[in-house]
Design a protein around this ligand. Sequence first.
Ligand code: CA
Ligand code: CA
Length: 503
Amino acid sequence: MLRYLFILFFSLLFIGCGSDKEGPTKRVIASQNIYRSAHNAPKDPLYEDQWYLHDRFGIDIGNLWQNYLGDGIRLSVVDVGIDITHEDLKGSIDFDAAHRFSDNSNDPSPTTQELYDPQIDANHGTAVAGVIAAAHNGIGMMGIAPNVSLIPLNVFSRATDRSFVKAISLDDVDISSNSWGEDLSRGFIDDRLVLDAINQTMKKSPTIYLFSSGNEASNAEFSSLLTSRYTLVIGASTKGGSIAPYSNRGANLLCVAPGGGNFGLLTTDLTGEKFGYDTKWHHLNLPENCAYNYTDSFKGTSASTALVAGVVALMKEANPTLDYRDVRYIIAHTSRQIDPNHPSWIENDEGLYYSTAYGFGLIDAQKAVEEAKHFRHLPPIIKAQKALTKLSLPISSQTRNGVSLSFEIDQDFVVEYAVLHLDASYKQIGDLDLLLTSASGTQLPLLEHSPRFDTPLKRWDFGAIGYMDESAKGSWELRLITHNPHLQGLLRSASLTLYGHQK
Ligand SMILES: [Ca+2]
Ligand SMILES: [Ca+2]
């Protein structure tokens, strides 16, 4: 059984503690809410080192904390255990809902086994939690949404299908933050069960699911959890405003947020010198009052997803009626294009810029929350589906242009999300290019030749979000090309489903 979390480690870098900087605020304030009425919120000492909040290529937290701190929002973190004694986290945790699956208790902290198991990164959950919910208390750092009810769900203490299903389908959760995943070539849980759980939960207790795109420098379409229309997929950008080299790409990517490249993110660490990313043996040069309880080495799409989860909490507080479609729509329309010369950028027929590396761009917290405040629900969801069955088309490099198919869509509505389902036999998915062109002429790669991936293609869904706002009506074209002259395959059937709303 392979267990892993999406996280990357690079060399630890020095970041000084904010209390050494100009004009530090050392007041310890008992009530988090005091900041709500403050025009100039006092800064916790490490705030200046949280570059991902306020740098040029950060999320632009601006003055949002004057009005929004995540109050009333229930946010679950499906992860390893969280340090519930941490000075900057303990006030945010909802202990009634928190859960550790290995002993069915409400204590979500890492077990001794987790702390010493080399296959589990026991530091990960605490790092994720800090970015989202570290208190504005005059000590340590500042979380994006410090007043959320944080629900830590320690699934990796017993990583079974059942644990994941239960964690993902918890009732009465606004936002589910998932900085874990797997791809086609791995598999420690049964994705189908988790997908079913997501589908069921959306019917009875709608939740906004955020998932990391993954850290394999691969394609986010390879994980079936990420090709569901219900999951919002987040990639990682760097402090310099480019794509993080490890960040998985894909036509299902919604946006990026800082995940770090050479520079990591500052966040909370397992308390003390013995455990965490910051330990006696691997220590940051932080002044005494910050030592061992914080780290600046948190990296990966895990960190990016936590950032977006925090922003979505502020959006939900600004407008509690928002559902996953509204949030996706707002992020698509308010994220900003970075690295504009990157070859992956396209402009779709409705003028939206999209990239399989960046999604709709770098999330912009201020714009997203501002838009959320006045946003009226998208009209009810509608869908159109076209299935092409009994195809028996050869997949072969002998066919010059590969397999070409057309899906004729009669309904006229505004597209939000597309799902392409293929039933095929082909031995190495990495040999394939799969291009879907909308009725308006926007072409996106759902698969791009990546020889490292030798997993077979059988039945698979591909998600695509870059056609947002375009019209569904017309002919959608699919091309499937193989780059391997030695392999042959067969495409049995294909279907295209478009989700959207009336104009
Ligand atoms: Ca703090
Ligand atoms: Ca530590």
